[in-house]
Structure formats: C-alpha cells, structure tokens
Design a protein around this ligand. Structure first.
Ligand SMILES: Cc1cc2nc3c(=O)[nH]c(=O)nc-3n(C[C@H](O)[C@H](O)[C@H](O)COP(=O)(O)OP(=O)(O)OC[C@H]3O[C@@H](n4cnc5c(N)ncnc54)[C@H](O)[C@@H]3O)c2cc1C
Length: 389
C-alpha cells in the first residue's frame, strides 16, 4: 500500500476524520488527528444524525463498530410528525410499527453526534487525537508538509487529509473554488431537560422528530440524547442576515420577538421553545459546494466530508457522505492497485466528486421544496408515498 511508513495527519475530528482514522488504523497506518476542540468532553452541537445503509452504516460496519452503534443509537428517534404552522398534526408514523431493521435501506437509525464521536474516539489507539490543535497554515517541507497550529506548535507530516468541515482551512491549498450560499439560514436552538422545560413540545415530539411547514418557512425539531431537544427555525434570508437582523442571539426575548414578527401566522404553541432554549441561539447560513467542482490531484494532500463538498442538510446526506469518503479513501490508500500515492488519491477524488454532486443536487432540490409555498403539501405527499409500504 502507498502509505507504508508514512505519517498521516488528519485535520479535524468530526464524523469524517475520526472514521478515517479508525479505518486507517485497522490497516496499521500511522495516523494522528489534529482537532481544535480543547478536549474530548467539548460539547458537540447540532441535530442527531440519521445514518444511511449504503454510506454511514457501511463505514461503521467496515470500522467494526456495528455492535457499538446498535448499543448506542436512539431507537424511535426516526419517527416523524408533519405539522402545519398551527401545530396541527397532518402526518404521523408513530403508530406504524417500523422495525429496527439494520440492512434495510429504509431504516435510518438516528444517533446523537456526541455519542457517535465517543464511539469513534474510543475505537482509536490512545493519543491518536491531539486536542486543542487549531490548524492555521502549512507549507511544503521535504517530501511532505510542515503544519502550524494556533498554539505555536509545528509538526511535520507526509500526507495531509483535511476533514475540517465547511470552513476548511485545508481546502484552499487544493482549490480556489468556494461554496456558495444556498439562500437558506437556519437558527439553531437547544432545550436542555425538555420534559420539564417544554412539556408540550416534549410530549408532541415523543422521542422522534417534527417537521412543521408554513408560508415558505419551517421548524425542524428532534429528540437529542440525555432528554434534550434541538430545533431549527429554517427560512430564506440574505447571507448577512445574522448581522443585518441586529438580533442579540443571547437574548431569548429578542429572538422570540423576531419569531413572533417573522412567523406571525404561526401558533403560540411554538413560543415555549424560544422561552426555554439555551442561549445563545446559533444562526447557521447554509452553504453548498458547486456541483461541478474539480481540482488537480495533489501527491500528498486531499480533503473529505464538508471540507470537500459541504451541502444543505435537507437530504440528511452530509455526515453520511463524510463517512463514505473516509471508507473509500481508506480503501484507495491501503490498496495495492495504485502505483503512486497521487494515483490512490485520484482514485478516491474522482468517484467522490461525482457521488457528492448527486447528493448535493438532491439536498438543494429538497431545500427548495421545503421552503416553497407548497411545502406542506409536497412533504405530505412525499411521506405518504415513500412510507406507504
Ligand atoms: C442543521 C444541520 C442538520 C444536519 N443533519 C444531518 C443529518 O441528519 N445527516 C447527515 O448525514 N448530515 C447532517 N448534517 C450535515 C453534517 O453535520 C455534516 O455534513 C458533517 O458533520 C460533516 O462531517 P465532517 O467530519 O466533514 O465535518 P464536521 O462535522 O464539521 O467536523 C469538522 C471538525 O474539524 C474541526 N476543525 C475545524 N476547523 C479546524 C481547524 N482549523 N483545525 C483543527 N480542527 C478543526 C471541528 O472542530 C470539527 O470537529 C446536518 C448539518 C446541519 C447544519
């Protein structure tokens, strides 16, 4: 294999980077993950991830972590309600007996991001992750790269793999192509101890997730581990909305006033979310890498996951693609079929770009549907058709 006796640096310990580290270590590779979080206990934010059979689950199985996953996923968290803006339930699969059917492409088990990170971390050799390592720059050095971190540390490595997410600092070393703003912004809120804090929403969610649609806007909500609840208010807005709106995101009453104004025809049943959410709320502008992106393959540098192909979350593909990147890249790097490291990287990148572009296209299309005037009916039709078997 092309990585024998080579030092590999993975920048970023999200689902992509950690899965890659595990898969490479299983093949005996010398891997280090440099992660900017200060330690393994840093709170991982964001909604739970639904794992897809052919991508996220395939990578976990290859990583030998299926049993760990089965012991830690959130049964029932994939159950869905669709509501209108008055919080009236128009679709529910809670009564359907959806089997826990690992191996069935329609079964998409959900896992808390923090829990997934813990599973991946505990599968790695001790000291694999170097915490508090905020990558800032690198330059070619001998046959490899000299990496520089914010704390002043510099490290030599033979091969660099950027898995540092949507705002990747590694990506510019490969390409100038930048992700574009999709037109959608999501405001993230989290409610800790949801049963007590938001009893009405907690019983409505009932351990699953809610999608509510109205007037081109929506609210997406889901159960999180430890009895918490995460929600996203999702709407079309200018890219600079977080600054231009002048909202103080650490002030619940200001955010609620904004919601009352912007979601004026939504019922007050939603207000308890804003009144009890942890602060600050987090505005997230949703970006997408161009579908037709391309770059010249490098001999000792590549990118995976959001660093390579950030996409809107409306098809639930991002983390799944990141983990499939990890699987496919690990196979290329450890295969004996390639005559050089560059060829092995090229084998991964060519396939990855096509696959990611298809997933991104679907994600953009879903995003348009979910923020259209007819979003409620479109989503009801989709769910009734998709899950009528
Ligand atoms: C609202 C929302 C909902 C989503 N829902 C789903 C879903 O249901 N299913 C799904 O598959 N995907 C979903 N996604 C997408 C998913 O979150 C991402 O695609 C996925 O996290 C990408 O994984 P990654 O490992 O590439 O990057 P990330 O998860 O972003 O991880 C990058 C890591 O790199 C670290 N890092 C960043 N910069 C540096 C640096 N300079 N130096 C060192 N470390 C650095 C970060 O701290 C982080 O740990 C959703 C996204 C959003 C916004």
């Amino acid at each position: 294999m092309q990585i024998n006796n080579k030092k590999i640096a993975i920048i970023g310990g999200g689902p992509g980077g950690l899965t890659l580290a595990r898969l490479l270590q299983l093949k005996g590779a010398d891997v280090q993950v440099y992660e900017r979080d200060i330690n393994k206990d840093a709170r991982v934010q964001g909604a739970p991830l639904d794992m897809h059979e052919a991508s996220g689950m395939a990578a976990l199985i290859k990583a030998g972590l299926l049993t760990e996953f089965k012991n830690n996923f959130m049964p029932g968290a994939d159950k869905t309600l669709i509501l209108n803006e008055q919080a009236k339930i128009l679709y529910s699969d809670h009564e359907k007996n959806i089997e826990e059917d690992f191996g069935n492409e329609h079964f998409r088990p959900e896992i808390d991001r923090g829990v997934l990170r813990k599973i991946l971390l505990s599968s790695l050799e001790p000291e694999t992750v170097v915490w508090n390592s905020h990558f800032i720059a690198m330059e070619p050095h001998n046959e490899g790269w000299m990496l520089h971190f914010k704390d002043g540390l510099s490290v030599y490595t033979d091969l660099v793999i950027g898995s540092d997410g949507a705002n990747s600092k590694i990506r510019p070393y490969l390409t100038d192509i930048r992700p574009f703003y999709s037109g959608v912004t999501m405001l993230e809120g989290n409610v800790y101890g949801a049963k007590k804090a938001v009893p009405h929403m907690h019983s409505l969610v009932n351990g699953g997730k809610i999608m509510a649609f109205g007037n081109k806007k929506n609210i997406l909500m889901g159960q999180k581990a430890g009895g918490d609840l995460g929600f996203y208010v999702s709407f079309k807005a200018d890219e600079n909305w977080p600054n231009e709106s002048n909202i103080d995101f650490s002030d619940r009453t200001k955010v609620l006033s904004w919601f009352k104004k912007e979601y004026s025809d939504w019922s007050d049943a939603w207000y308890e979310l804003f009144e009890n959410a942890a602060t600050p709320f987090i505005p997230r502008q949703i970006y997408c890498a161009p579908l037709a992106q391309n770059w010249k393959t490098h001999q000792n540098l590549t990118i995976i996951g959001d660093a390579a192909h950030v996409m809107p979350p409306f098809a639930g593909e991002g983390a799944n693609m990141a983990m499939l990147d990890a699987l496919e890249l690990s196979e290329c790097l450890t295969s004996n079929e390639y005559s050089s490291l560059r060829d092995a990287i090229s084998g991964y990148e060519i396939k990855m770009r096509v696959r990611a572009a298809n997933a991104a296209k679907k994600s953009l299309e879903n995003g348009e549907k979910m923020h259209s005037e007819n979003a409620l009916n479109t989503m009801l039709e989709f769910f009734n058709r998709q899950f009528s078997f």
